[in-house]
Design a protein around this ligand. Structure first.
Ligand code: GTP
Ligand code: MG
Length: 191
């Protein structure tokens, strides 16, 4: 479904630049460098649809991808540490929060958590924002190829514990690796 059809629509830098809210959308949120853009590429089966980088803070706009007349995929800037000037980072963060709270057609947010690190205070803050905006979110562990099985189990337990505080959290966790293709078919089916 996705590979041939998905195209980049636009990069948005302010709320009034959002495309018309004429279809559902799902977004990929998470700390800088967690693997949001890589996951969009994996799920669409395209190598370089969304730009990725080793440097945290690569994605600085809200990027819209058109999947079909019914669906947008949305790649957003990361939160937390970014390799960019403070004033610039604050501007994206405000845009990101306004977007997550104010986009009526946002049907589900995927909140990406690094499988090595688990839920950090900044993740908790974003999840609380989604709770108060009543946006259902689902956690996806990323970079699962970088952890040993025992460590992954510990992180899963930590994440499950953290989610109990969040009424908007969908209980099923996904474990993925964009690098190895793990969990990608499942995520695609879910979307
Ligand atoms: P920002 O846009 O800066 O917030 O980052 P992002 O969350 O979009 O992360 P991005 O997809 O750019 O990936 C960050 C780095 O992690 C890149 O060097 C990717 O190659 C790497 N990466 C992403 N996913 C995986 C994965 O599943 N496994 C491994 N080993 N590396 C990954
Ligand atoms: Mg990115």
């Amino acid at each position: 479904l996705f590979a041939s059809e998905t195209e980049f629509l636009k990069g948005v830098v302010a709320m009034d630049g959002l495309p018309p809210a004429d279809r559902l959308e799902v977004c990929f949120a998470g700390r800088s460098n967690v693997g949001k853009s890589s996951l969009i590429n994996a799920v669409t089966g395209r190598k370089a649809l969304a730009r990725t980088s080793n440097t945290p803070g690569r994605t600085q706009e809200i990027n819209y991808f058109t999947v079909s007349p019914e669906l947008f995929l949305v790649d957003v800037p990361g939160y937390g540490y970014a390799n960019a000037p403070v004033a610039v980072v604050q501007k994206w963060q405000r845009l990101l929060k306004n977007y997550l709270q104010g986009r009526v057609t946002l049907r589900r947010a995927f909140v990406l958590i690094d499988a090595r690190h688990g839920v950090k205070p900044v993740d908790d803050e974003i999840m609380s924002l989604l709770d108060s905006a009543a946006v259902t979110f689902q956690v996806i562990l990323t970079k699962a190829d970088k952890v040993k099985e025992v460590d992954r189990t510990k992180v899963l337990t930590q994440v499950r514990g953290a989610l109990t505080k969040h009424p908007a959290a969908y209980p099923e966790l996904l474990v993925t690796s964009s690098e190895k293709g793990w969990g990608i078919a499942h995520l695609r089916a879910l979307i």
